[in-house]
Design a protein around this ligand. Structure first.
Ligand SMILES: [Zn+2]
Ligand SMILES: [Zn+2]
Length: 75
């Protein structure tokens, strides 16, 4: 069981609608490398938000990758 009630359990903010993506929930990212490189990684709270990203990014070929919002240990 995942508790989403904690207000500080924010993993990221949706790059499109600025909604919070809570830890432990699912989020979506773009398969295009440029969208996952650098400091500002694009993350989307829903498929609809990823879809809205496509026309702004002008990808020729992109797919949506579903990920789990979890903090990965470094190293
Ligand atoms: Zn969103
Ligand atoms: Zn993209």
């Amino acid at each position: 069981m995942i508790c989403l009630a904690m207000p500080d359990d924010t993993f990221a903010v949706c790059s499109m609608c600025r909604k919070k993506i809570p830890l432990g929930s699912r989020y979506f990212r773009c398969s295009v490398t440029a969208c996952n490189a650098g400091r500002l990684k694009l993350m989307f709270c829903s498929l609809a938000c990823w879809d809205a990203h496509l026309p702004t990014a002008r990808h020729r070929n992109a797919s949506c990758i579903e990920e789990l919002a979890e903090v990965k240990a470094q190293g």
